[in-house]
Design a protein around this ligand. Structure first.
Ligand code: KG4
Ligand code: ZN
Length: 354
């Protein structure tokens, strides 16, 4: 089955064509237009601007994905899978309207995909036929999805059956990285900037709080950590026009200590859930899963606590928003005939997965 995936829920317009079957999910072609350069100027994603950029890019991207295959001949996909939520309404609406129009014009079925489900499926994307399906997810599984908009722990009893174990009460983990990076005067998105500086720093230099780590649930909260980083800077650093200048300490130590606090909370909660539910697979996904230390530490903790559990992380490229993961999630739904008629599909900015 050839699935055309479309993603436009935040600041990436992405289109991909995948060949999906029992043998695996292979990317035939994928193109992503990132809006980072534009949003950098504003220090974060501006929904109005994002919507306009998605609208400009989406058709040229679809055209590129479908026309260069098979010696210039256009390939018609069997199914269209589009992110319908959660995300920014200004972006979602562009992807959904493009998908609806194509489904109508080509008379092919349409699948509405939840963005979080896409991140869960990102670990199953294969770039080459040689990459065996054997490495796939075994159920039950637990997924930690941490991105700029979400931080969720999800129990997956079998493919497509989700129970939310916990989520953030306020800021998402990636949002917390981005906001603290902004305090330091670092450009958007701040997660990669902080983690790069953190590589050379001492994670024990500042003892930042580990919010909700010892609470008796699987929820998260990161806004207090952001505030405590701000208080620390107000006390120990000099305010500049943009951000703070650290005086007695390196940026690297500050970043390493801050990053460690987020990692400790994310991993502490995940291990607690793993010990309780004993899944066969643990999935780490979402933009924050690009963080090298988080990937490595979670592996070490799983090896130490539950060595027989499989650990699945996407390649760094597929940690970030992409249309291939949407196509994989769409394939699962298409196999179960969970189609949405083009007349009925709607962008749902607050669509809960579970
Ligand atoms: O999944 P994603 O591409 O978009 C959303 O669905 O939100 O995630 C983007 C988020 C941003 O907050 C970004 O700062 C964060 O992922 N991120 C990282 C790293 N790379 C991206 N956070 C920590 N460390 C990284 N290396
Ligand atoms: Zn995402």
């Amino acid at each position: 089955m050839r699935v055309l995936g479309i993603e436009s829920s935040c600041d990436d317009t992405s289109v991909a064509l995948l060949d999906c079957s029992q043998k695996g999910y292979f990317v035939l072609k994928e193109k992503t237009a990132s809006q980072i350069k534009i949003h950098k100027k504003y220090g974060g994603v501006v929904p109005e601007v994002a919507g306009r950029m998605h609208a400009e890019k989406i058709i040229p991207l679809i055209e590129k994905i479908l026309s260069n295959l098979s010696k210039g001949k256009k390939i018609k996909p069997n199914v269209i899978a589009v992110t319908a939520g959660p995300g920014l309404i200004t972006g979602l609406i562009v992807g959904v309207e493009a998908a609806r129009t194509l489904a109508y014009a080509w008379n092919i079925p349409l699948v509405a995909v939840n963005h979080i489900e896409g991140h869960i499926c990102s670990v199953e994307i294969r770039k080459q036929k040689a990459e065996s399906r054997k490495q796939g997810v075994k159920y039950p599984a637990i997924a930690l999805i941490a991105s700029g908009g979400h931080t969720e722990l999800i129990l997956i009893k079998k493919q497509g059956q989700y129970t939310l174990l916990g989520k953030t009460k306020d800021d998402a983990a990636g949002e917390c990285f981005d906001k603290v990076a902004k305090l330091l005067g670092l450009p958007y998105p701040g997660g990669p900037q902080i983690s790069k500086l953190a590589e050379k720093g001492n994670p024990r230099a500042i003892n930042f709080p580990r919010p909700m780590l010892n609470n008796n649930n699987f929820d998260f909260s990161f806004s207090g950590l952001k505030t405590s980083a701000l208080y620390w800077l107000e006390k120990n650093a000099k305010k500049k026009t943009i951000g703070y200048e650290l005086l007695a300490m390196n940026y690297t130590d500050f970043c390493a200590s801050f990053e460690q606090a987020i990692i400790d909370v994310l991993i502490g909660k995940t291990i607690k859930a793993v010990l309780k539910y004993q899944p066969k697979t643990v999935i780490l996904g979402g933009g924050v899963s690009a963080n090298k230390k988080l990937r490595k530490t979670l592996k070490e903790e799983l090896d130490k606590n539950v060595p027989s559990t499989k650990y699945q992380v996407p390649s760094t490229k597929y940690s970030m928003d992409n249309a291939s993961m949407i196509a994989v999630a769409g394939y699962y739904k298409a196999k179960q005939k969970k189609f949405t008629p083009w007349q009925k599909i709607k962008a749902c900015p607050n669509w809960d997965l579970a």
